[in-house]
Design a protein. Structure first.
Length: 273
């Protein structure tokens, strides 16, 4: 047990000096090469298992927006071209992975009304990559595993009633006290970083606020009930709208409408097969 605790403490001390661009302390236990390999492997697996859109107009639109965003991403984040794939799925989602991979589901194009709103989505997802959030999440999982191993060893040394319940409670404490809030901080950071990135790429940052208003309306119309924010891995729509609105005074300084790309959204997004 002592060895596990010492190892956990050493890992945290050795990595605590790392910070994100917003000044938030980070724990990163994996190399960029490892993360790139994981991202590329995951993306290839997804392409095998998820239908890919063949609609030219839809692909042209997404590629146009993604290209405008990625050309403003530092080469230190990814060397070479970014691979962008439109997945033929009703899922309202998009993602970006280390290794220069971006996936956009056709379902989200029914919520994003303009190129600027899609720019907000892709900017946000690329923001996760810029800030090494995948590394942090994997590192948090690794630390959680070490901590639970140490706790299990400690519990095995002492006999007391309701030990299983105590261990379950400890697991919940780690889940809601570390992993989920950590993810919420990632989401909020990606919102802000993404808003600045979309502005630098010629997309109106005010569209990020409208996007989350659309998301809130979509959730309400579809009857979705979001969990309490402290039990969710994402900030509430209201929190995101407030944070993004407050940051507009910064991001608008980066926005030049004369640099806006001309990405044409199809009038009709084909329904997934």
């Amino acid at each position: 047990m002592k060895f596990q605790i010492i190892m956990l403490s050493a890992l945290i001390v050795l990595t605590a000096c790392s910070s994100s661009s917003t000044g938030r302390k980070q724990i990163k236990l994996f190399s960029s090469a490892e993360l790139d390999q994981m991202g590329e492997s995951s993306f290839e697996e997804m392409k095998k298992n998820t239908a890919i859109s063949q609609d030219k107009a839809t692909n042209d639109f997404v590629q146009c927006v993604a290209s405008a965003i990625t050309k403003n991403v530092a080469k230190s984040v990814h060397q070479g071209d970014w691979e962008v794939v439109v997945f033929d799925s009703a899922q309202v989602n998009a993602f970006a992975l280390p290794g220069g991979k971006i996936g956009v589901y056709t379902g989200i194009l029914n919520v994003t009304e303009t190129q600027d709103q899609l720019g907000a989505i892709i900017g946000h997802e690329v923001g996760h990559v810029i800030e090494h959030h995948s590394n942090e999440r994997l590192s948090a999982n690794k630390i959680q595993g070490i901590g639970m191993t140490a706790a299990t060893t400690a519990a095995g040394m002492v006999e007391f009633e309701n030990k299983d319940m105590w261990m379950a409670g400890l697991g919940m404490g780690i889940q809601y006290g570390l992993i989920m809030p950590y993810s919420r901080s990632h989401e909020s950071e990606a919102d802000i970083v993404g808003q600045d990135l979309m502005a630098r790429s010629g997309f109106d940052p005010k569209a990020s606020v409208k996007l989350w208003q659309n998301m809130a309306a979509f959730s309400a119309s579809s009857g979705q009930t979001a969990p309490a924010e402290f039990m969710s891995t994402h900030p509430s729509n209201e929190t995101r709208i407030k944070q993004l609105s407050e940051h507009l005074s910064v991001s608008m300084k980066y926005y030049d409408k004369n640099q806006a790309p001309n990405c044409v959204k199809p009038k009709i997004i084909p329904k997934p097969a």
